[in-house]
Design a protein around this ligand. Structure first.
Ligand code: SAM
Length: 286
């Protein structure tokens, strides 16, 4: 309890609010929710289209659905020698990709030391470390040579990147010609009034969303086209993600809310009330 309070206090000190701290200190090993059976945490809002009923543990199923739609769109093939997962969380998507697709090697990039360690432990325990690993590296400054990567996947992480524009530039640099980017991302939309402005402000602080990344779906689409990548598919999946996620969130047992850092979760209310959308993009390097 004391350590949770100390971490929360530290998080709100000026200059101490970083993405790594959001994940290391605020969400810890619980993530958004812990799968009681596998003890694996979920850290994305999930894709709920094929999920008939929203129950407290449905989030884990919805997470895997998100991995499925992004992975299928990446069109992995046996020849793909190197895939990158930018902002890979607890390496659960890496595990999913190796188990469900023909992949030779997949490297996860993350900036959270806790998740990097946890993710590599998961891959080791699952006997997958010969194909997958997590390294400390930023999606906006990837530790890979130009034109060396076959596929980049990224799920609900680009909203943190400083900035998304730099991420697109990096993707364009590291992908081989013909290489594919398949991503899904949370869109924190431009607030329309003073109250929404307040929610976005608290969300930016508690989830570390740079202000340069706050804009509407239409502007996100324009940014993707401007990147110079060939856009193969772009759509909003907000209806299949945001609304059902909110429904799930309010239906969980109250006791679960105590797994978060309390002050953080109170200010995280912006997550519930800010204008949010969700985007899915598939693009190819020309
Ligand atoms: C909402 S979580 C999603 C995790 C994972 N993709 C999933 O769906 O399970 C966002 C992730 O992005 C990572 N992240 C944030 N900024 C990053 C950056 N600049 N480079 C690499 N990873 C980053 C966070 O540490 C966290 O693991």
């Amino acid at each position: 309890m004391f350590s949770k309070l100390r971490k929360t206090f530290d998080f709100f000190r000026p200059g101490h609010n970083t993405t790594a701290k959001v994940y290391d200190d605020m969400l810890g090993e619980f993530g958004l929710a812990l799968d009681e059976k596998t003890k694996i945490p979920s850290v994305n809002m999930g894709f709920w289209k094929e999920i008939p009923q929203i129950k407290p543990d449905s989030i884990h199923h919805a997470n895997r659905e998100m991995f499925r739609i992004v992975g299928e769109a990446a069109r992995f093939s046996e020849e793909d020698s190197h895939v990158v997962d930018a902002g890979c969380g607890f390496a659960t998507n890496i595990k999913y990709c190796i188990e469900n697709h023909r992949i030779q090697k997949i490297t996860g990039l993350n900036v959270s030391p806790f998740q990097i360690e946890w993710g590599n432990r998961l891959l080791n325990k699952s006997g997958l470390s010969h194909k997958g690993e997590v390294i400390n590296g930023s999606a906006t400054d990837m530790p890979f040579a130009s034109e060396s990567i076959d596929r980049v996947v990224s799920i609900e992480a680009a909203f943190h990147f400083e900035t998304r524009e730099t991420f697109f530039e990096e993707v364009k640099r590291v992908l081989k010609p013909g290489g594919i980017l398949s991503m899904a991302d949370l869109v924190v939309c431009t607030p329309k009034n003073a109250l929404q402005k307040l929610f976005v402000k608290s969300l930016s602080k508690t989830l570390h969303v740079p202000k340069e990344n706050v804009y509407n779906f239409e502007e996100y689409v324009a940014l993707a086209y401007k990147s110079g990548l060939e856009i193969l598919h772009i759509e909003t999946i907000g209806k299949e993600v945001v609304n059902p996620f909110h429904k799930w969130f309010w239906r969980r047992p109250v006791s679960e809310f105590f797994n978060y850092n309390l002050i953080w979760s109170v200010l995280g209310i912006g997550f519930m009330f800010a204008r949010l959308d969700y985007i899915r993009i598939v693009a190819r390097k020309k």
